[in-house]
Design a protein around this ligand. Structure first.
Ligand code: ATP
Ligand code: MG
Length: 222
């Protein structure tokens, strides 16, 4: 078997005195779509932030594309993330001082293959792909919740990352837009890359190679 794109070993996360989970193990293989379900407050976002190396566990290890983050500096972790992962945050985390197209262009600045014009073209194409036409120059406060959510998805796709981690990516979308995003994810997986989605939506299960439930600190495959 090729290296998994993400491997999580014995992850433990505690907030103050709240023990969110203490021994999570998960292997994310390339070319698959994983969905993670569970009740509100179960720790899904916490887990996805660890898998996306946006946060570090209290103990355990996350290995991305063969590299363990345990002995890396913050800068090295950011580079590893930028080269391999795209993250869609539950609350979008767009830069409010940047337009839609500028937000989508952001991840491309670390990519030496892109000149400025190509970055603009790529970001414009991605906005069209998520169904946003004529919204390029709008700032987040001039867009609806679902439109901002789609900008956040386009941004995560920008660098063609090996793995997309998406936290409730369709929570604010109508059915047509939701289906479009699921189809985009399906195409990503068919091209050999990987998607990990947190969702309260049962429909994503039809697209998933593996479904997990996080309950009471335990991650179980369904
Ligand atoms: N930075 C933090 N500091 C303290 N507690 C936190 C922090 N982040 C999360 N928690 C707590 O950890 C638990 C898990 O939160 P998390 O956001 O991972 O849940 P979730 O499964 O994503 O829920 P939802 O479906 O509502 O998004 C919650 O009880 C939350 O209050
Ligand atoms: Mg969450």
């Amino acid at each position: 078997m090729a290296n998994p794109i993400i491997e999580a070993k014995n992850l433990k996360k505690i907030f103050n005195s709240l023990n969110v989970f203490q021994d999570i193990n998960l292997i994310i293989e390339s070319g698959k779509l994983y969905s993670i379900h569970g009740k509100s407050g179960a720790g899904k976002s916490t887990l996805l932030h660890l898998l996306g190396i946006l946060d570090t566990p209290d103990s355990g290890e996350v290995i991305v594309n063969g590299t363990s983050i345990n002995h890396l500096s913050t800068k090295e972790i950011a580079l590893l993330r930028g080269e391999n992962l795209g993250f869609v945050f539950q609350s979008y985390h767009l830069n409010n001082k940047m337009t839609a197209i500028e937000n989508v262009m952001l991840p491309l600045y670390i990519n030496p293959n892109y000149q400025y014009e190509e970055m603009e073209e790529r970001a414009s194409d991605l906005l069209k792909e998520v169904g946003l036409v004529n919204k390029e120059k709008h700032f987040p406060n001039e867009l609806s919740g679902g439109e901002n959510q789609r900008v956040a998805i386009a941004r995560a796709l920008a660098n063609n990352p090996e793995c997309i981690l998406a936290d409730e990516p369709t929570g604010s979308l109508d059915e047509d837009n939701e289906n479009n995003i699921f189809e985009i994810f399906k195409n990503i997986v068919e091209s050999g890359r990987t998607v990990v989605v947190i969702s309260h939506n049962e429909k994503i299960k039809n697209y998933s190679d593996a479904c997990y439930i996080l309950d009471n600190g335990v991650l179980k495959e369904e």
